[in-house]
Design a protein around this ligand. Sequence first.
Ligand SMILES: [Zn+2]
Length: 577
Amino acid sequence: MYRPSNFIPIGTKVNSWDDLKPHFDILINREVSSQDDLETLITHYSELISVFSEDYAWSYINMSCHTKNDDYVKRYEKFASEIEPEFSKLANFLTKKITSHPQFSQLDSTRFGQLSKLFKRELEIFRDENVPLNAEIAKLESKYDQSSGGITVNIDGDDLPMPVAGTRLLSADREVRKNAWLAMQESRYAKKEEFDILYNDMVKLRHQVAINAGYENFRDYQHDNLHRFDYTPADAEAFHDAVETCVKPLALSINKKHCEQLGLDLADYRPWDGSGAPEGQAPLKPFEGGEELTKKAIDIFSILKPKFGENLKVMDQNNLFDLDSRKGKSPGGYNYPLEVTGMPFIFMNAAGTQQDVTTMMHEGGHAMHTFLCNEEPLVQYRETPSEMAETASMSMELMTSPYWDKFYNKEDHIRARREHLEGIITFFPWCATIDAMQHWVYLNPKHTVEERDNHFVSLTKRFGSCVNWDGYEHYQRNGWQQQGHIFGVPFYYIEYGIAQLGALQVYRNFVRNNARGLDDYIKGLQMGNSKPIPEVWKNMGIKFDFSEDTIKDLMDFVQEELDKLDVDVYVADERSS
Ligand SMILES: [Zn+2]
């Protein structure tokens, strides 16, 4: 594992800006007279970022695990609104010192080329006047986290956390589904106005940040801010078109098939039916509680590669999981790399569903990425762009799927894999909807709440839906609010679509040759962010390309895999008869 040099004493904790400033001062005042000096400065700078990042991470982790704990909330807010702004100013100063040094352009470009690109981008978009604006945005984001984490759903007198209530949507009993859906919508809708106002403020501030940095709009600013070096906003729009042409018909046919399985007329396919099991079929129940989920995940990762299983085991021994859903937790799931520990923390809201199995495999994929990069001394190369990070995690979902029999009997295993593959297809239209929605929001920053809701509905129509919303149009219009990314991590969404194209290619290689497929996957992950994504993908034996041809080709592959499962069902039926 990566061992930091002795620049910052081991065990240094960040409680205030005073804990970091002296280290910055040393680096800012240090004389750099040779290439070696410069490289040492870069390494020490990376170490300083790592120490800051680790404690910032813990402040976020603790807050999201306990959104009602005032101490945790205050500590996170201190990081976001006091320490981070000071940090970003001096970090910018130091980045300038490094990049303007005469020796910087002399550094070995195969090693430092990507770093130079990252530093230059950072300097291009940094503006002093944006520091307080970003702190204000961070405060709004944490307000959103706390408020959404506090949502509970009242069903039959019980206050349930949202993910637990959500398991009822999987029921074969239509009344159970409908009641749960109505209760969930009611809880969300009660927050509509509050979240509309929060989002209006976020959009306004983000637009101003973009203008200050010399951009016309936040979409183009954020594209650069997210280090999207290898595609343009226009490519993202072309991706939306390709999803509409190549994936929408397939996704609609999956929905129609599901509607038939439920024994419903298409006109009677309602918003509470989308995840329902057909009559007589119980929802999949893969595990009871986070402990069982962890144990089985370790077993599965060990089959794939013993070292992968060991990694999860060490995380478990170090209490780096918080998996079970409970009241007062932020929604969603994440893998947060801890830059000094060299391991990540995995957060989830598991309620015992197949979706939770997928999420665990997904976050586990991120975790393996963290482990595979932890010998890299530069934090900038350990932290990968989301397109690459999500390729790691989504590939892991697919590569572990043949071993999900640890959770199921054969029949249910096939059912889980089918639902997973179908979910990949139906996810693309949603991914395009969420991305296109944000393009519109930030290209039209002066829109009204009503126009925003209208636009969302027009997008759900564009990307396909056969759900009948009669009588519940107000909930439909509010549908975008269920996607937390829109609030907390703007424009972080299309990455899932791009990465899925990478993951499907990784999985296709894995199906053709397990050992080689896995080796290539590992090779790519180990490169971290040291090379541009197309080059990393090439090393993984896959193509960075989201043209219509590639998407069509991969959808055919998913269909082939689904057909194979049909044959397996046949075998399973034969055996049970
Ligand atoms: Zn992910």
